[in-house]
Structures are given as structure tokens and as C-alpha cells.
Design a protein around this ligand. Structure first.
Ligand SMILES: Cc1cc2nc3c(=O)[nH]c(=O)nc-3n(C[C@H](O)[C@H](O)[C@H](O)COP(=O)(O)OP(=O)(O)OC[C@H]3O[C@@H](n4cnc5c(N)ncnc54)[C@H](O)[C@@H]3O)c2cc1C
Length: 406
């Protein structure tokens, strides 16, 4: 057994400083106001403005473009803190983070110079669009398409669905079919960087042909909008193909799947954050509420529940950080990202449900925070690939790694 020479530290000094700063912001600005925004289904504009000032839209964007230049692991820790406060706030930054990842990894110099400085400050925010009314898990089945016009521009047509930040974003990374006969089909898909006017339902002028219907009404994850997007004759210059026309045409599926891998780690961090908050609420409530002459926390059944909640939460946090650290180290991490997303989203749901049970009847009341968490947790099981899609990824990778050579 190794002899410990220094104490175990999960975070570097920079990570400690930044997560403490975010936690304070969450405790002072987000938690006291989340109920209001949730109940009214209102976009939390003042909170988002403060997030811009704190630089939270540029966490992973390199310093040369005005961002903080931090890694995925640190970002993951920040997302956990934000989600502990209110999961919709992490929704405001998530698709933005995915958009900046796409640009940093695949964008041309011109695309990076044009978008990243404005994205680092939050002046414009990004959305990410794969899903359609008839397609979610089976991305290769998308129907929205782009055709090259005689003047060399691309004309986009089709309907997208479930676009988080669909209305207020200024740029949408949209996957389109550019070759319907491509075999395999994913080689005929391209990612277009489509600009629009933030907050505008019907774009005109240079962005004509992009409409944002009224937002979808949801059981939770309120405040941040989810919308459809309708492209009809929307014109996109060839230099707005991600990576440029020469390098990016037909590469959209691979680019988006790469981005989804980091997106999965991000959703896992949300599961950890919501579970952390649910545990805190359960620990507090169980010491305040009395039955049979003592606080319910003194009943062994409640203590066992708390113990299981904390244990599952810690396991989910560790696998999430492992997936982030492997990605930062440049290692293949699709297996770990899939495991993190699966475990942490299920943990988020289970820990929230246990906390809800501990709250008894009051958990059903809108006066209690756990009621909101109970409506929000299921969303984690869907976005960035459902639980069964994660199991497919994990299963395939296991069989690839442990293939019998017969
Ligand atoms: C709040 C919210 C925000 C979202 N934000 C975005 C966004 O910003 N951008 C975006 O592009 N999308 C977004 N989505 C869409 C999301 O990614 C999809 O809903 C998700 O991928 C599932 O697709 P689907 O809803 O079409 O379900 P389907 O693909 O129709 O799946 C239905 C069920 O069948 C199961 N299933 C499907 N295929 C298989 C299979 N091969 N084997 C076993 N089971 C299978 C699924 O696990 C699921 O249980 C969002 C969704 C929600 C709810």
C-alpha cells in the first residue's frame, strides 16, 4: 500500500477559486430567484447579464479571443455549481459551450476571429440544432437540407425541433443534409453556421428565411426557451459551412457527434449538480421535520436513504470528472462520456426522487424547492442522447474493445 505524502485534492487552486466564486453567485443570485423565474416561465435576463460580467460565456474560449481559456474539467465543475442553483441556467450556457467547442475545433481562422470574441463576452449566444419533429436519436434520418445555388451560396430548407436558446441566440449550428444519395448517409451531412437576430421571431433582410415559432411549453426546464426553427430559403454563404466548404462539406455528422461527446459530460455535470442540491435539501429538511418524537433524520430508514443518495452522487461526480479529464488529456473518452451521462442523469433523477419522498407532502407543494427539481430532473434522461442511446454507445465500445478473435 502506498504511503500518502500529501492530502487528496480534487481541485487545483484555479478550480477552487472559480468554483467558489460561482457557488457564491449561485447562492446569492440564482437560488433566491429561481422559483420566481420558474413559476413565471420567464427568461432570467438579470442573472444572464451578471453571468456575462463574470465571464461565464467564455470559460473554455482561448484568452486570445477574450475568454478564460480553461479546460473541460473546470467547465464541468462550473456547470455542476450552476445546476445546483437552477438547471435552466446551465441550459443557457450549454449550447453556447457546444457552439464554441465546434468553432475552436473545426472552425476556419476567419470563423474563429469573427465569432469567438463576441461569444466570449456573451454578446452573442449560440444554439445547436440536430433534432427535428420526426428525428431525435436517429440523427442520420434528418430531412432538413441545403442545396447549392447558381451563385455558390447554399439555400437551407427544413424544420428543426427542440432548439434550446432557439429564440435569443444570435448563431445556430445547424446540421443539414447536403447529399441525399450519400452512402453511408452521414457523409452527406454538413454543419452550417446560421446567423439570426437574437429575440426576433421572423428574421428579415440578410437573415430572411429563418423563423422561430412560439416556444414549446414544458413541464420543467423553464425560463430558457426551447423552440422550433423553420428554415425556408435561408441563404448561407459557403464560408459559413463549419470549417469552410472544402474541409467541412459532408463532415457535419462527425463534427456534431464529437461535440455531443463533450455535451454529454456537460449533461452529466448537470445531473451531479441537481443531485447535490436535492441532497442538501433532504439533509436540511430531515433534521427539521419531526415524527414520532424525533427529527426524521434520526429514523434509520431516512439515514439509509441519505447514505444511498450521497454515495450515488459521489460516484456520479467521479465518473463525470474522469470523462472530462480524459478528454482534456486528448484521450478517447466516448465510453466514459456515455457512462458519465448515463450514471449521472439517472442519479440526478433518483436522488431528486428520494429527496422528494423525504419531504413528504410538502415536496408536492410549490412552496418547496424540491417540487421544481422533481419537474426538472427527467429532462436529463433525454437531452444529448437518451439513457438507452448511452447504453448502445457503451455496449458497442465494450464489444469493440473486448472483441473475441475467433
Ligand atoms: C428540453 C429539451 C431540450 C433539447 N434541446 C435540444 C437542442 O438544443 N438541440 C437539439 O438538437 N436537440 C435538443 N433536444 C432534443 C433531444 O436531443 C431529443 O429529444 C433526444 O435526442 C431524443 O430524441 P426523440 O425525442 O426524438 O426520441 P426518439 O429518438 O424518438 O426516442 C424515443 C424512445 O425510443 C428509444 N430509442 C430510440 N432509438 C432506439 C434504439 N435504437 N434502441 C433502443 N431504444 C431506442 C429512446 O431511448 C426513447 O426512449 C432537446 C430535448 C428536450 C426535451
Amino acid at each position: 500500500m502506498a504511503v500518502a505524502t500529501q492530502s487528496y485534492e480534487e481541485k487545483t487552486d484555479i478550480q477552487k477559486d472559480i468554483t467558489e466564486m460561482v457557488r457564491q453567485f449561485v447562492d446569492e443570485q440564482i437560488i433566491p430567484n429561481a422559483e420566481h423565474y420558474d413559476h413565471e416561465d420567464e427568461f432570467p435576463e438579470p442573472i444572464v447579464e451578471q453571468m456575462k460580467e463574470l465571464g461565464l460565456f467564455g470559460v473554455t474560449i482561448p484568452e486570445e479571443y477574450g475568454g478564460m481559456g480553461l479546460d473541460l474539467t473546470t467547465y464541468t465543475m462550473i456547470v455542476e455549481e450552476l445546476s445546483r442553483g437552477w438547471i435552466s441556467i446551465s441550459g443557457v450556457v450549454n449550447t453556447h459551450f457546444i457552439g464554441s467547442y465546434l468553432l475552436m475545433k473545426f472552425g476556419t481562422d476567419e470563423q474563429k476571429d469573427y465569432f469567438l470574441p463576441k461569444m466570449a463576452t456573451g454578446e452573442i449566444r449560440a444554439a445547436f440544432s440536430l433534432s427535428e419533429p420526426e428525428v431525435g436519436s436517429d440523427v442520420q434520418g434528418i430531412k432538413a437540407s441545403a442545396k447549392r445555388d447558381d451563385d455558390g451560396n447554399w439555400i437551407l430548407d427544413g424544420q428543426k425541433m427542440w432548439v434550446t436558446n432557439g429564440l435569443r441566440s444570435g448563431v445556430v449550428f445547424a446540421l443539414m443534409k447536403t447529399d441525399k444519395d450519400a452512402d453511408p448517409p452521414h457523409t452527406g451531412m454538413t454543419c452550417f453556421i446560421t446567423e439570426k437576430v437574437p429575440g426576433e421571431h421572423k428574421n428579415t433582410g440578410e437573415y430572411e428565411g429563418l423563423e422561430v415559432p412560439p416556444q414549446i411549453k414544458k413541464m420543467g426546464y423553464k425560463g430558457v426557451e426551447s423552440t422550433e426553427l423553420v428554415y425556408s430559403g435561408y441563404k448561407c454563404a459557403p464560408d459559413r459551412i463549419l470549417g469552410g466548404e472544402e474541409a467541412g462539406l459532408g463532415k457535419g455528422f462527425a463534427q456534431m457527434m464529437d461535440a455531443l461527446e463533450v455535451g454529454r459530460v456537460n449533461v452529466a455535470a448537470r445531473g451531479v449538480g441537481i443531485a447535490q442540491r436535492a441532497l442538501e435539501l433532504a439533509l436540511r429538511y430531515s433534521q427539521e421535520r419531526k415524527t414520532f418524537g424525533k427529527p426524521i433524520a434520526q429514523h434509520q430508514a431516512i439515514q439509509f436513504k441519505l447514505a444511498d443518495m450521497a454515495t450515488k452522487l459521489e460516484a456520479a461526480r467521479l465518473v463525470t470528472l474522469k470523462a472530462a479529464r480524459m478528454k482534456d488529456a486528448g484521450q478517447r473518452s466516448d465510453l466514459e462520456a456515455g457512462m458519465a451521462k448515463l450514471l449521472a442523469s439517472e442519479t440526478g433523477k433518483e436522488v431528486v426522487e428520494d429527496s422528494f419522498r423525504i419531504h413528504g407532502g410538502y415536496g408536492y407543494s410549490k412552496e418547496y424547492e424540491i417540487e421544481r427539481l422533481y419537474r426538472e430532473a427527467p429532462m436529463l434522461m433525454i437531452g444529448e442522447g437518451t439513457a438507452d442511446i448511452q447504453r448502445m454507445i457503451i455496449g458497442r465500445r465494450l464489444l469493440e474493445e473486448y472483441k473475441l478473435r475467433l
